[in-house]
Design a protein around this ligand. Structure first.
Ligand code: SF4
Length: 125
């Protein structure tokens, strides 16, 4: 199933592949992905949709910017222009899928910072 509806994903998928600019940028079980996103794009997607299963505590947080022109992709990470976590390396080197936990991969050099940010959100909730 291919969808932009994260509610449908949560309800029906066992395993999720998040794609950006035509490539898989994160892969995990649905439960793991929703609890522990390890790519800034996935984190952004999760923060930008309303949740019906919990009381809203903060404003939705849209992902700024536009998707890249697929004909003019550079050498770096395609999410770089929109990414709040980017570092210099991201502009030059497109990360491969990195195993960040059992059966969980993320194509992000800064996945550990994303993990810390996610943990901070969960502790603040
Ligand atoms: S590799 Fe860099 S630019 Fe790409 S998602 Fe990770 S932090 Fe952001």
């Amino acid at each position: 199933m291919i969808t932009h509806n994260l509610g449908v994903v949560a309800r029906y998928a066992d395993r999720v592949f998040v794609m950006y600019a035509g490539k898989v940028i994160e892969s995990a079980s649905a439960a793991e992905l929703y609890a522990n996103p390890r790519h800034p794009y996935t984190l952004g997607l999760l923060k930008s949709v309303p949740r019906l299963d919990e009381i809203r505590k903060e404003k939705l947080d849209p992902i700024e910017g536009m998707p890249p022109d697929l004909i003019r992709l550079g050498a770096g990470c395609p999410f770089y222009p929109r990414c709040k976590f980017h570092v210099d390396r991201c502009k030059e080197e497109n990360p491969p899928l990195i195993t960040v936990a059992e059966a969980h991969q993320s194509a992000c050099w800064e996945w550990e910072r994303v993990a810390r940010a996610t943990k901070g959100d969960q502790e603040a909730a």
